[in-house]
Design a protein around this ligand. Structure first.
Ligand SMILES: C[S@@+](CC[C@H](N)C(=O)[O-])C[C@H]1O[C@@H](n2cnc3c(N)ncnc32)[C@H](O)[C@@H]1O
Length: 297
């Protein structure tokens, strides 16, 4: 119940009074990864840092003090994270002890993740079968398919980044998610052209045409996390951005008020669905608010 009161209070302080403090935190805990995905930029492949437990504790406390109540553990591959006896579930417990309302882990699903205690799990599926393998490497779809089925977690969803290699597979990914009893919903994002990955970005016309098809499937009842208003917002270069709703703490400890895309100067080409969802939440679009509540509560 206290969580429900927190959200209108947060909105009042940060949106209406323009304090602009985060509600959610994307916390990068390692840059070690067991894949070399074609759309991921080099920093995700560095393999130099396992952030120490005590540093993560300090960062979680900082994010909580700032007002954040939702945390997503990211990487690299976050399930590879370790520090002595500590594993990722210790970070999830720690976030809950500090007071975060919910925790999320984004994983490539290449190893079993049935042990994860996060409230929700995002598995990256960048295409159906061979399309996914084209982006993430041969055999990777089969592995994640098996691990999703064996996870027995009630809140496993799919995250897809749509790019030049996999755009023909979007509708099949939506159908795959819908047909699986183990997958709750699918979140659809477009490739964001971080340095070195510009060639993977889809033309804007194709992006808009795909968004229309996604909206049609959403209206047919497919379990798509994006709201219709959020999807429509992704068709335009937004006049106002609300990316400060999520703060980012990078593997090297850099604390950003917004995503690294801002520093790279690529906000106008942003493909992350959260950008569209946030713009719609701020306009108090009911379907987006409902989608956000379903996602986080
Ligand atoms: C960087 S990965 C890290 C977590 C984990 N290793 C995984 O593969 O899910 C987090 C998510 O970001 C997405 N991603 C990576 N590069 C992207 C880009 N340039 N544009 C949009 N999404 C991207 C991935 O597809 C994945 O769903």
């Amino acid at each position: 119940m206290k969580n429900l009161f927190y959200l209108p209070m947060w909105y009042f302080k940060n949106v209406l009074l323009k304090k602009e403090k985060p509600l959610q935190t994307v916390l990068f805990i390692t840059d070690y990864c067991n894949l070399r995905c074609k759309h991921c930029n080099e920093t995700g492949h560095a393999g130099t840092t396992m952030k120490p437990y005590n540093k993560i504790k300090e960062e979680l406390k900082y994010a909580y003090r700032e007002g954040s109540r939702f945390v997503d553990f990211e990487g690299g591959e976050p399930t590879l994270w370790r520090d002595g006896k500590y594993r990722i579930n210790d970070l999830i417990d720690l976030a809950k002890e500090i007071g975060f309302f919910s925790t999320t882990v984004t994983t490539n699903g290449q190893m079993p993740f049935d042990y994860l205690k996060a409230d929700s799990i995002w598995v990256s599926v960048d295409g159906y079968k061979e399309y996914h393998d084209m982006v993430r490497g041969e055999g990777t779809f089969a592995k994640l398919h098996k691990n999703i089925a064996n996870s027995h977690h009630p809140a496993v969803s799919i995250n897809m980044a749509i790019n030049k290699l996999n755009y023909k597979s979007v509708l099949d990914v939506i159908k795959y998610a819908n047909a699986s009893p183990y997958i709750k919903s699918v979140s659809l994002n477009f490739h964001t052209p971080y340095p070195g990955t510009e060639h993977m970005m889809l033309d804007w016309d194709k992006r808009c045409a795909i968004i229309d098809k996604i909206i049609a499937m959403k209206k047919e009842g497919y379990a798509i996390m994006n709201s219709v208003s959020g999807l429509r917002a992704m068709k335009k270069t937004p006049s106002s951005k609300y990316c400060w709703v999520s703060n980012f703490i990078l593997t090297d400890g850099t604390r950003l008020r917004e995503c690294a895309g801002k520093q790279a100067g690529i906000c106008d080409q942003c493909g992350f669905c959260m950008s569209g969802e946030m713009a719609s939440v701020m306009k108090l679009k009911p379907d987006t608010i409902l989608a956000g509540m379903k996602l986080r509560m």
